[in-house]
Write a protein that binds this ligand. Structure first.
Ligand SMILES: [Zn+2]
Length: 238
């Protein structure tokens, strides 16, 4: 064996080592790029799905209660189901008419009062409408606005109530200010904490058979009445 041959073998070994190192480096770079791309893709998907779920500058519709919080209950009928049912209908109508809608919930989920207004505030909703059904003895519809009777909140409540009257309700209990029987400066949390015009709609009493019957029969018309009231009050383009 001569030296020349040995040298050539050593040279080839070094060259092979170098190639292997190069390949390994390229593979590592490709792997890193792949990880980065995957991360970007996942981040993008999350951002996108969030974006469609919580649009900015939208109409916020807040179906009262949900999950463990049933709201009023009467003979197996739960307020949280009624509020969700009609809220989804309102959402459908508003979206069909070209409006952006932010739902504080669109399923039977737990969501706190503060979370609801935080969401609307964070995504700069233009109006906040909370949907409820009343408890206790009584009949008919009432709408609550902050005790200071701000505008256009009061105008919105009046517009919605007038539209509901046109559809047909058992009794018009009027636009009310503050909290429960107008006897304090307190406000419903959703009205107090929302940084945009707001109102809380009480669509009939859970314990009143005729209110329930009218709610079921006029569900779509009631939803239309509420959607109309919002669009008209804020002169929203369709
Ligand atoms: Zn309620």
């Amino acid at each position: 064996m001569n030296n020349l041959y040995l040298n050539r073998r050593a040279y080839q070994r070094r060259r092979n080592d170098r190639r292997r190192r190069q390949l390994r480096r390229r593979r590592n770079i490709a792997l890193l790029l792949l990880i980065a791309l995957t991360a970007l893709l996942i981040f993008g998907i999350i951002k996108c799905s969030r974006g469609t779920q919580y649009p900015k500058g939208a109409i916020c519709i807040d179906p009262g209660h949900g999950g463990d919080y049933t709201g009023a209950v009467y003979e197996g009928r739960q307020e949280k189901d009624d509020t969700l049912r009609i809220s989804l209908e309102i959402q459908k109508i508003l979206e069909k008419r070209g409006q952006k809608v932010l739902m504080t919930r669109d399923s039977d989920s737990n969501i706190g009062l503060k979370e609801r207004t935080d969401l609307a505030n964070q995504y700069e909703s233009i109006v906040f409408v909370s949907i409820h059904r009343n408890s206790g003895a009584g009949k008919g519809v009432e709408i609550w606005v902050e005790h200071t009777a701000p505008e256009p909140d009061t105008q919105l409540a009046k517009a919605i109530l007038a539209n509901l009257n046109d559809v047909g309700i058992q009794a018009d209990r009027g636009v009310k200010f503050g909290y429960r029987e107008n006897n304090s400066d307190a406000d419903y949390s959703v009205n107090r904490e929302s940084e945009m015009p707001s109102c809380l709609v009480e669509l009939g009493f859970m314990e009143n058979e005729l209110d329930n019957q009218m709610f079921d029969e006029h569900l779509k018309e009631y939803a239309e009445a509420i959607a109309d009231g919002i669009i008209d009050t804020f002169h929203l383009e369709e």
